[in-house]
Design a protein around this ligand. Structure first.
Ligand code: NAD
Length: 345
């Protein structure tokens, strides 16, 4: 039997989960993934296998059912840590259908926390989001920045998820937890063998750009061109998915090595660069040589005007720093889209 720590990755067939599995396997961890393919497919495990040479154990389960969660821990008693990605993640969908967002995102978290306590799993990492900051006036945002009202049910599930994790950690004898607040993950694995491939229509900017450039979508809308920003479009902080994945491994290692003095902590994961939507499109055009078809449209409910990070806490405590530029994100995302086109023929 392997003596490598076994980590349960929920949502491991999804975008960030799959890149994190690749990073975990390369860093001396064993992995079991749990996913119900609500927004992904089991084909992801073949992609992970192609990249790492390892066939990852995986379970098809809806984690929003306690019995399903429990069965995983009974089947894999070696699990020593949980990285919890599984959630619904679309801001506009959450505005339209708040019940399913509160139910799925909070239900799964609660069941996993109960299992962590029952099965004595002491390390828990939670996918949070910069959306917890709301509409912030003073930028960049650090973990010290006071939170404003959240703008969507999705963001509310992330803020509540952090609170639930913190309270459960503080009430537990042994559980320790970290919430990682991602800014805007983008890009794909450098091999072009894995990347963002949602089942549901993508809402994130980069897959929308690449799909439009590929001709899969006729055109896309830039939501809002009258914001008080340098070109009128929203400002976001794009961060390479491989940088985000690496941060999870470093957070897990920090927990294992007792490098974090508090029982619960949270960290921003961003590049620190605020980029407008039009600047992001220009970076894509530069890297691909293609001008995607888009139009300027109305603002979208739930969107904040501008946000970018101060991620110095992750640099100081986790020793994490982003390695990839915006151009690299666009380049790798485009190569991934080209790879998908090859698979379709
Ligand atoms: N991608 C982003 O822009 C972003 C930004 C901030 C935070 N996050 C958070 O990071 C996490 C991962 O995001 P992602 O971009 O990889 O999304 P994703 O949709 O690609 O991955 C999420 C995975 O969870 C699975 N899932 C959802 N509900 C489930 C359930 N009840 N049981 C089992 N599996 C379930 C989906 O099938 C999917 O494979 C999410 O929690 C998301 O909210 C994402």
């Amino acid at each position: 039997m392997s003596n490598r720590p076994l980590i349960l990755v929920t949502g491991g067939a999804g975008y960030i989960g799959s890149h994190t599995i690749i990073e975990l396997l390369a860093s001396g961890f064993d992995v079991v993934s749990a996913d119900n393919y609500a927004n992904s497919s089991a084909r992801t495990y073949e992609r992970i296998q192609q990249i790492t040479g390892i066939t990852v154990d995986h379970e098809e389960v809806d984690l929003n059912q306690y019995e399903n969660c429990k069965r995983i821990f009974e089947k894999y008693p070696r699990i020593s840590g949980i990285i919890h990605f599984a959630a619904f993640k679309s801001v506009p969908e959450s505005v339209a259908n708040p019940y399913s967002y509160y139910s799925n995102n909070l239900g799964s978290l609660l069941h996993l926390l109960k299992c962590a306590e029952t099965f004595a799993v002491n390390q828990f990492i939670f996918s949070s989001s910069c959306s917890v900051y709301g509409n912030i006036q003073s930028l960049p945002v650090s973990e010290q920045t006071p939170l404003n009202a959240v703008e969507s049910p999705y963001a509310a599930t992330k803020l509540m998820g952090e609170t639930i994790l913190r309270d459960c950690v503080l009430a537990s004898e042994k559980l320790r937890g970290i919430a990682l607040r991602y800014f805007n993950p983008a890009g794909a694995h450098p091999t072009a063998l894995n990347g963002e491939l949602p089942i549901n229509a993508p809402n994130n900017l980069v897959p929308v750009i690449t799909r439009t450039a590929m001709g899969l979508i006729p055109s896309f809308t830039v939501f809002g061109s009258d914001y008080d920003t340098r070109d009128g479009t929203c400002i976001r902080d794009y961060i390479h998915v491989c940088d985000i994945a690496r941060a999870h491994v470093m957070a897990l290692q920090a927990l294992q090595e007792n490098k974090i003095t508090t029982r619960f902590d949270l960290f921003n994961l961003g590049s620190g660069n605020g980029v407008t939507v039009l600047e992001a499109i220009q970076s894509f055009e530069k890297m691909s040589g293609i001008k995607p078809n888009y139009k300027l449209g109305e603002r979208r409910a739930g969107d904040v005007m501008a946000i970018f990070s101060d991620s110095s806490k992750a640099a100081t405590i986790l020793n994490w720093q982003p390695r990839h530029s915006l151009d690299e994100m666009m380049d790798s995302a485009w190569k991934w889209e080209l790879q998908l086109a090859k698979e379709r023929v």
